[in-house]
Design a protein around this ligand. Structure first.
Ligand code: SF4
Length: 92
């Protein structure tokens, strides 16, 4: 599922790779990502999307660990980003 925000994301057109990490490493461009997200007009929508769906990467200045903590506090159960029909096809 690709999110569509009302406001144009500040990360649009940036290098996609810097928004994700491999393994357990931290984000090497964390300060840059933070600055970009802080100035993003879609930040609120982005955070809600990232809390609603089980996404990887850096979203609205949160990583997966922080989002897990926020979901727990708010009682949110993250939905899969894989559509229901595809999960059924896979037998999951
Ligand atoms: S808040 Fe979300 S949409 Fe905006 S720059 Fe950050 S990751 Fe991109």
């Amino acid at each position: 599922m690709i999110p569509r925000f009302k406001n144009r994301p500040a990360c649009e057109g940036t290098d996609t790779d810097m928004w994700f990490t491999t393994g357990k490493s931290d984000y090497p461009n964390r300060e840059l990502l933070t600055r970009i997200c802080n100035g993003c007009p879609a930040k609120r929508e982005c955070l809600e999307y990232a809390l609603t769906y089980d996404v990887d990467g850096w979203w609205a200045n949160t990583n997966t660990i922080l989002r897990r903590q926020i979901r727990k506090r708010r009682g949110i159960v993250a939905k899969s980003v894989i559509p229901e029909w595809e999960l059924r096809t896979r037998g999951a």
